[in-house]
Design a protein around this ligand. Sequence first.
Ligand code: ADP
Length: 619
Amino acid sequence: MSNTTAPEHKEFQAEVKQLLDIVIHSLYTDREIFVRELVSNAADALEKLRHTQLTERNIFDDKQPLEINITTDDTAKTLTIADYGIGMTHDELVENLGTIAHSGSKAFMQALKSSGKDGTQLIGQFGVGFYSAFMVAHEVKVYTHSWRPEGGHLCWTSDGATGYTIEEAEGQSRGCRIVMHLKEDAHDFANAATIKRILAKYSNFVGFPINLNGERVNNVEAVWLKNKSEVTEEQYKEFYRFQANAFDDPRYTFHFNADAPLVINSLLFVPTQNMEMYGMGQMEAGVSLYCKKVLIDDKPKKLLPEWLRFLRGVIDSEDLPLNISRETMQDSALVRKLGEVVEKRFLKFLDKEATDNAEKYAEFYGSFARFLKEGVATDFDNREAIAKLLRFESSMTEPGKTTNFTEYVSRMKDGQKAIYYQIAPSRAAIENGPYVEAFKARGYEVIYLYEQIDDYVVNALREFDKKSLQSVSSDKVELDDAPAAEGEALAEDAATKLCDWLKDKLGKRVENVRTGKRLVSSPAIALLPEGELTPQMRQMMRALKKDDEMSAPEVILEINTRSGLIKNLANLTDKNADVASLIAEQLLDNSLLSAGLIDDPQPVVARSMKLLEALAEKA
Ligand code: ADP
């Protein structure tokens, strides 16, 4: 920290300048949200202080109460928001108020970059935190002393445009006192009645007393400890926005209290918006841990599994020791147990919602399916319960309509040995491909999966309701005889001969060539032996090691001896071995294409040209 008494002038980071430019020039109508942002910062600073008091001995303590004091001065046209929280040191001032350090404004800048919209439209959806003060003030002063005794008495000043200065200012209390010199068009915010109205709207849930010009304006209450019947929808919504620092409405609200095995009072929210869809990286965990209304950790990482990071809200348990530190909390068996109980109840809640209001659930699913899939792939203990929540199309649904594993199992036929699925980019790709026909012919349902990560999901899940999941292209699939297939098949010895010939011609490209019961009208399919990489895995591997050649897959080629093409090919092997060889290679490639297993299409195209040549010659 600097010891000079001369004011030190610093420039804002470029991104902050850009943000401030938007903030200052935006015609955003809800300017009053800056009150909420600053009060929420003050409350955070008090929470942090309360926590620091439990873990640190040496605290700059001027015996001030943990409260927020707001004062308006209608003559000087200023608004002051002061807290006795943790305050900031010189370096923290530089880091926190001179760069884009926090998630809210980072998210805003990222959305701005990726959306191409102008900032005014976006500013309502994101909190820009401290910087929002510049929507109403032409000058902001932050007087502060850190909780650290060596922190110094400081004053940070800025007009929000040219940068800021930091200078010494003797006699500061611990915490921050933010003085806003209001712009001409914002003088109304120096009016006590205006601020009172805004506080009533945004700051009901602040866990510390707020005084406006010396008068108490809020009553500190913990909604999650109340009885469900005592809380209105509007209060839930307000609390969500307050706790999550969000601007949308909660999509689902799950308020649950239990006495056994642990005393739990929790209030969880699923947001409307999935912030990860804006391409701004992983969200942080957002369910805070409390013990009897005292915040223990606002973003505990190990309370709930990572895939539930989209949840917001509060879990409060009086079984926790109050002085549990954040570090020991991470390893506490009690905390894990707490998380497990809440997760199980939440999964039940979602399942019920999905049944009771399928349409609403479908909307949720549209935005949040990624998390559920991640859950199945990573949350070992709960994967079946999460899998129950998955939705997908199948050979028995209309396009665009979905079904689920439970329904699938209830429709399974006698003798059906497994749950079948195919992963391909679209319904059309699956239905025009050669795989599903064998299953359809037997009345078996096939689940259609369209995303690359579905491969992880099914591989992690392995089974549902004790029935194994099998890919339609797996060599392991066992099917009974197809009901009366049409057309005459090749004689058995001719078929064996053809298989041997094909094996010889295709050499290392196949593990085996055989006749099979799967095919109805397609001439051949490629099956994946166990242990071979799936097309999705191959894609991932290719993305990872770009330069390395991947070895070609070794598949099992299953041929349909009723197919005209196969029968003609059997004849052609003796008559015109050259053309027969070309056909054999192309047959395999076409099967690999349908399976999504062709890495390089060029040789396929070149050969098909040769085949066309042969065809043209004959015609
Ligand atoms: P956010 O609160 O979302 O992190 P802000 O832009 O509002 O972002 O604030 C940036 C940082 O400045 C905060 O993370 C905090 O470290 C610090 N800060 C803001 N207000 C205060 C305050 N009243 N007391 C202590 N630190 C504060």
